[in-house]
Ligand binder design. Structure first.
Ligand SMILES: NC(=O)c1ccc[n+]([C@@H]2O[C@H](COP(=O)([O-])OP(=O)(O)OC[C@H]3O[C@@H](n4cnc5c(N)ncnc54)[C@H](OP(=O)(O)O)[C@@H]3O)[C@@H](O)[C@H]2O)c1
Length: 309
């Protein structure tokens, strides 16, 4: 017996979204690294080796892990790297002096100061001293301006750049779509919104933050949600319309006594509650996270090309 039209339509709708695409950031990052390895080999054949300097002030354990991963990624790809581990009582002047030294070092094309530095260091003032042509984190105001101006010579912060690469890799079109970016930081939210609204991506963008009224209602109007909030599993099924694409930037530690470390990592999205409603979603871990270091490598290669042409 053929089911009535209302039931058939409902089934069609369910079928359409039954197989949610799980966006595999590890795989996309791996492909990007393979492509970068080829580019690096070409550059090396011309006597140019891209070089990255990573500067860490203090002994924050999480920062030490991030810095270690960045230097390891350089080594794996055959990039030249310098790791500067400075004591927690390093003065602003000493740090700026090192930055000036790295600006002048021809082996170095990218400079990164691991965030957050100790409280006595003025991070913004330090960033102002990085040569914008070596600012592979894309935090210098000159690069912020280039992003807004859509000048492709500039450097875009690695995490939002990685989000755009994920959309591209999965053939997810942004043109004409309504994207809601939750979070307005200079590291993720604002650059993400700028990338989405650019003439390349053509999305219509709303930026939400802690003072946004009726955030769940706003998010339900979104075709694409980017969650960059820093609140474990905040975005639940009430925020997501059927068929939306959800990119979860969040990295949050929550206590879990069943794990050897005593915690587990979750995103800003309640993945289990949301995934069956989405057409595509990034898991945490394994979604946006692996893209950040891949894009840092890509920015370093780009800096090398631009500085040595
Ligand atoms: N995957 C990666 O490689 C990567 C890289 C960077 C960051 N992250 C993660 O991404 C998350 C965000 O990082 P971030 O550096 O952008 O954080 P952030 O600087 O703390 O910014 C968080 C933003 O979320 C907004 N917010 C906070 N609570 C909210 C609420 N209840 N409703 C709506 N908006 C709210 C804040 O609004 P206000 O401006 O009004 O305060 C702020 O704009 C964190 O979990 C971080 O660990 C991941």
């Amino acid at each position: 017996m053929v089911p009535p039209i209302s039931v058939r339509l409902k089934l069609k709708k369910i079928n359409k979204f039954m197989s949610t695409t799980i966006i595999d950031g590890k795989e996309v990052a791996c492909k990007i690294r393979e492509k970068l390895a080829e580019e690096i080999a070409e550059l090396k054949a011309l006597g140019k080796t891209p070089g990255l300097a990573v500067v860490l002030v203090g002994e924050d354990p999480a920062s030490q892990v991030y810095v270690g991963s960045k230097v390891r990624a350089c080594e794996e790809l055959g990039l030249y790297s310098q790791k500067w581990e400075l004591p927690a009582d390093t003065t602003q002047e000493q740090l700026v002096e090192l930055i000036h030294q790295l600006n002048a070092d021809e082996r170095i094309h990218g400079i990164l100061v691991q965030s957050p530095p100790p409280a006595h260091i003025d991070e913004e003032a330090v960033i102002l001293n990085i040569d914008p042509r070596k600012d592979v984190d894309g935090f210098h105001p000159a690069n912020v301006a280039k992003l807004v101006l859509e000048d492709e010579e500039g450097f875009v912060p690695c995490t939002p750049l990685g989000c755009m690469e994920l959309l591209k890799a999965y053939g997810i079109s942004t043109a004409g779509k309504h994207a809601v970016v939750i979070g307005r930081s200079m590291i993720v939210g604002k650059p993400m919104a700028n990338l989405l609204v650019s003439k390349k991506a053509n999305a219509t963008v709303t930026i939400a933050h802690s003072r946004t009224a009726d955030l769940p209602g706003l998010c339900r109007t979104a075709d694409i949600i980017v969650a960059a909030v820093g609140r474990p599993e905040m975005v639940n099924a009430d925020y997501v319309k059927e068929g939306a694409v959800v990119l979860d930037v969040g990295i949050n530690r929550i206590a879990d006594s069943s794990r050897p470390r005593g915690y587990r990592i979750v995103g800003d999205v309640d993945y289990e509650a949301v995934k069956d409603k989405c057409s595509a979603i990034t898991p945490v871990p394994g979604g946006v996270g692996p893209m950040t270091i891949a894009m840092l490598m890509a920015n370093t290669v780009k800096a090398c090309r631009q500085l040595t042409r």
